[in-house]
Design a protein around this ligand. Structure first.
Ligand SMILES: [Zn+2]
Length: 370
């Protein structure tokens, strides 16, 4: 009998199979008719593919999403992934902690771990706990999100080497912010903007531009949002530029100058004065205006820390500063807070690994950038 990892490779192989499987995972409850529309496959092809997926235990039938009950006399049938068929694993490496999550095929987090003050040894034992918790359910892909700066507690290459050594399945690595942007896109509905800029506020400020591509994985471009200069007479930044947004508005700068602790959530940041919040929010606003003008994008999602903390730190000032603003193309800049919690990076890493996004971590020649 085939292991599920092999089964996935065996069964989800052609462009059509990949498209159908991705649509079912992304939109549990999707009908066969809707699948045909989204993938541009014929009804016969979709029926055939779904039949094989169901026989392999990857897909099940549930009541259709948005079914109008009583409309045609019987419940319309939708399709959903079998969430117990396999897991993918998301790992997010941050300055002071690590998040790890077992993620179901539909993108839901089944179980998550947070390791504070990590070391390689403690991370190894957490990874072993995760593998034990997965039990009989196989882990078919692993995504490791890394920040763009070094973490103080280990070299990124040692972290990725240790993780890669624990798994037989493919292991990928990518920027934290880009993985979180992937998760944001995964949970968007049809009809939401085709292009958006995702600002990832972790310790620093990063981000990604996202071009949605229907049933295909989105096109993601990592953007160093924090290193847009907004004050030529400002402080020198470690990146070589002066007056970077990151120096003015990032949680790491706020911690250094105002002794707040963002890791404590809303309680840890409540001491900031309105004046400081104004400078911080305005700095982020001007940085976002510069970036979105260059990219000609007018929809921004703020993510990273919990939506509550982000809204408290930046929300009011961003809204006030941008009221009445129009970009050179005449569009207002819409800014929304992420709909996902602070496990977005974990979800994105796991989903991205399934879509094979990121750099493959080769066990023999472990990546050594960062
Ligand atoms: Zn900089």
């Amino acid at each position: 009998m085939l292991e599920v990892g092999d089964l996935l490779n065996e069964i989800v192989q052609t462009r059509g199979e990949r498209a159908v499987f991705r649509c079912i995972r992304k939109t549990p409850g999707i009908s066969r008719v809707e699948l045909c529309k989204q993938t541009e496959l014929t009804s016969a092809a979709v029926t055939q593919i779904v039949k094989r997926f169901m026989a392999a235990g990857l897909v099940r039938e549930i009541p259709a999403k948005n079914a109008i009950v009583g409309n045609i006399g019987r419940t319309r049938i939708g399709l959903a992934p079998m969430d117990t068929a396999y897991f993918s694993l998301g790992v997010v490496v941050r300055r002071h902690d690590i998040q790890v999550g077992l993620v179901e095929p539909s993108g839901k987090v089944a179980q998550a771990w947070r390791l504070v003050a990590p070391t390689i040894e403690r991370l190894a034992s957490t990874v072993d706990d995760v593998i034990r918790a997965a039990g009989d359910i196989p882990i078919v892909a692993v995504g490791v999100g890394l920040p763009t700066f070094a973490v103080p507690w280990a070299a990124a290459s040692d972290i990725t080497a240790m993780i890669a050594s624990r798994f037989a399945c493919p292991v990928y690595s990518f920027h934290n912010g880009s993985y979180a942007a992937l998760a944001e896109e995964w949970f968007m509905e049809d009809g939401e903007p085709d292009r958006f800029f995702y600002v990832f506020i972790g310790s620093g400020i990063g981000g990604a531009s996202v071009l949605r591509a229907g049933y295909e994985p989105p096109v993601i471009t990592c953007i160093e949002a924090g290193h847009v200069g907004i004050d030529p007479h400002g402080e020198q930044c470690f990146c070589g530029n002066r007056g970077c947004v990151e120096l003015m508005a990032s949680p790491a700068s706020l911690e250094a100058y105002y002794h707040i602790n963002i890791d404590l959530g809303i309680e840890g940041v409540k001491g900031l004065s309105e004046n400081v919040k104004k400078v911080v929010g305005e700095s982020l606003a001007y940085g976002l205006v510069s970036i979105t003008n260059v990219l000609n994008i007018h929809y921004v999602v703020l993510g990273g820390y919990s939506p509550e903390v982000l809204d408290y730190l930046y929300g009011d000032t961003l809204r006030q500063t941008l009221t009445g603003y129009r970009n050179p193309f005449g569009h207002p800049l819409t800014i929304v807070t992420s709909r996902l919690g602070d496990l977005a990076g974990v979800q994105g890493a796991a989903l991205g690994a399934q879509d094979q996004i990121g750099t493959v971590i080769d066990r023999n020649a472990v990546l050594s950038y960062w």
